[in-house]
Ligand binder design. Structure first.
Ligand code: AP5
Ligand code: MG
Length: 190
């Protein structure tokens, strides 16, 4: 199986590049942000709880997202591999993911980390917010909070995957096609 973590701060291009990578490598895209927004759209209890936190730009509890990922792994047992987008986001999530995959006799092959500077992230998210309908995309204070959460709780995962020799840094500035080509180069060299 080819299991990849597509990593990076809010607005770095995880969703954009995931869409291209799933098509090129025949993988399944698992975005916890998309899964949570689907819960919100369906008005579930989980969605209502998650929305309060997402609207503030803070992370939802680890158990919630780990549970969602577990059921998606179970539902796609014959998959060729997965792209994890926006998950894991804490050390606890990364450890849980390693355990879940080990239980299925597989593991993460690589972490592809998109590196984009702060001002560019805010610019991209505000631009998308003009028509995304995402309530966390329009207020610069909330966007700043999302980036702060990333720096505090999520960036430490770089070291977690570095220790496993799985960390690959990719400069995330440039055209979408240029960045996609760089990601493919790394994947093809694995
Ligand atoms: P989530 O949905 O994961 O959002 P995010 O990580 O904040 O990232 P985005 O989806 O905003 O950005 P992206 O990196 O996918 O970039 P995109 O490709 O869209 O999470 C939302 C919330 O859910 C969190 O705040 C949290 O509350 C909760 N949550 C989710 N997962 C969780 C977890 N595991 N644990 C706890 N809580 C969790 O690109 C952005 C824009 O830039 C687009 O408009 C795109 O067209 C444009 N763009 C892309 N590439 C380029 C380029 N090269 N040049 C110019 N523009 C570009
Ligand atoms: Mg996304």
């Amino acid at each position: 199986m080819l299991n990849l973590v597509l990593f990076g701060p809010p607005g770095c291009g995880k969703g954009t590049q995931s869409a291209r990578l799933v098509a090129a490598y025949n993988l399944i895209h698992l975005s916890t942000g998309d899964l949570l927004r689907s819960e919100i759209a369906h008005g579930t209890a989980l969605g209502l709880e998650a929305k309060k936190l997402m609207d503030q730009g803070v992370l939802v509890p680890d158990e919630v997202v780990i549970g969602m990922i577990n059921s998606k792994l179970e539902a796609n047992k014959s998959a060729k591999g997965f792209i994890f987008d926006g998950f894991p986001r804490t050390i606890a999530q990364a450890e849980a993911l390693d355990k879940l995959l080990a239980g299925k006799n597989t593991s993460i092959k690589a972490m592809l980390a998109l590196d984009v500077e702060y001002d560019e992230l805010v610019k991209r998210i505000l631009h998308r917010g003009e028509d995304s309908g995402r309530s966390d995309d329009t207020d610069p204070v909330i966007i700043g909070k999302r980036i702060e959460e990333y720096n505090k709780k999520t960036a430490p995962l770089i070291e977690y995957y570095q220790k496993q020799n799985k960390y690959h840094r990719i400069i995330g500035k440039g055209t979408i096609e240029e960045i996609f080509a760089k990601l493919c180069n790394v994947i093809d060299s694995l």
